[in-house]
Design a protein around this ligand. Sequence first.
Ligand SMILES: O=P(O)(O)OC[C@H]1O[C@](O)(CO)[C@@H](O)[C@@H]1O
Length: 194
Amino acid sequence: MSKTPSDALSATLHNHLQQIIRENQQLAEKLDFDQVAAILPLLQQAKRVFVVGAGRTGLALKAAAMRLMHLGLTVFVVGETTTPAIGSGDVLLAGSGSGTTSSIVKAAEKAAAAGAQVVAISTTTSSPLAALATHVAVLPAAQKQDHGGEISAQYAGSLFEQSVLLLLDAIFQTLWGLDGTPAEELWKRHANLE
Ligand SMILES: O=P(O)(O)OC[C@H]1O[C@](O)(CO)[C@@H](O)[C@@H]1O
């Protein structure tokens, strides 16, 4: 039987998904896990955790905020109507591939000035965001304006944004393992108005 256009489309989709998984796998192999592990006590000891990121990076941070809430941490998403003032004892968890996105750098500046610790997830330790951070975890992914394709064949900061979500899920799984609260108990904290 001859191949249809839909067979070709399916094969292309399959190849792209495999490539995305491969890029994330390669990134994980290059990761400095000690550098990432240093984030865990900062989150555990924080009075409150505030998360911030722009666009798709922000969506990954928001997804992680829900999981930290499931663990029983007090978590706020910067920019939400009910998010209070950050202060001493708090942690701002800031995600920015470039480390230059102005709203994120501004938030980090204000958080540091208010006495909070800034924890950055980025592709670089040389950026305005990194300069403000107490701790930086580097994800070796392309930045949003790396259009050369040397680090990733995906568009813009896609690999960074995916890996932020995956890394934060790994952080959640690790914190959950240390905490040991059964899944049923965590689920009681899940939104009952959705
Ligand atoms: O992660 P960065 O460098 O702060 O960039 C965030 C921006 O990049 C994008 O995720 C584009 O890939 C936008 O959604 C967002 O505005």
